[in-house]
Design a protein around this ligand. Structure first.
Ligand code: 3PG
Length: 215
């Protein structure tokens, strides 16, 4: 089965900011700061009551943003996120039933996995790029190095515990196409309206080099 190709998407930036929007009025300026900083791939997590409205607003108002929905954990989230305008979906993990539902989505999906068996099950459904979550807690760089041999066809977007101190070690791996993280969108900066800081953090992240082939 051929699923929507995730490679053109992840090729757009080495870092996917994982965003938690508490106040809907922060959505547009935050997304603008990320786009201006060179990180157009934005993952708005479905963790707050305003998340879907934030996705709608960013999709309508921020040129250049490539907007995804994150923390997609149940079937109803898929339809709601697509209806709001999400161009891709990210899940923290996948049950077998949920993975089959995600495989029906008309947009690229980065389904979550934390083990070799989960990665194999997702690969069998046709997924090529998987979110590896929670990256640091689940084995980090050594885990991803260890599975490159037995799972040569799979690529990963590790997320969870990644920041300036370790991001380069992830992006140096040939099976890592991008990383996700919240360090470029600190909650205190958003709360204080510090979108210039977000833009500067995004700028620094946008120039990070990747080793992986992006296709
Ligand atoms: C998440 O879903 O919360 C992401 O994995 C972000 O993790 P981080 O805050 O450790 O970057």
């Amino acid at each position: 089965m051929s699923l929507p190709d995730p490679f053109p998407l992840v090729a757009r930036a080495p870092v996917i900011p994982v965003v938690v929007i508490e106040r809907v009025e922060d959505a547009v300026p935050l997304a603008q700061a990320l786009v201006e900083g060179g990180l157009p791939l934005i993952e708005v997590t479905l963790r707050t009551p305003v998340a879907l409205e934030a996705i709608r607003l960013i999709a309508a108002e921020v040129d250049g943003a490539i907007l995804g929905a994150g923390t997609v954990t149940e079937n109803a989230h898929v339809e709601a996120a697509l209806e709001a305008g999400a161009a891709y979906l990210v899940s923290p993990g996948t049950t077998p039933d949920f993975a089959r539902h995600l495989a029906q989505a008309p947009v690229p999906v980065l389904p979550g996995c934390a083990s070799v068996s989960e990665a194999m099950a997702l690969s069998a459904l046709g997924f090529q790029v998987l979110k590896f979550f929670p990256a640091e807690a689940a084995g980090g760089v050594p885990f991803l190095k260890s599975i490159a041999g037995p799972l040569p066809g799979l690529r990963f977007c590790p997320t969870g515990g990644i920041g300036p101190a370790n991001v380069e070690s992830y992006l140096a791996l040939p099976n890592v196409v991008a990383v996700g993280g919240s360090w470029v969108v600190p909650a205190d900066a958003i709360r204080a309206g510090g979108f210039g800081k977000v833009r500067d953090l995004a700028k620094a992240a946008s120039v990070l080099k990747r080793t992986a082939k992006l296709g």
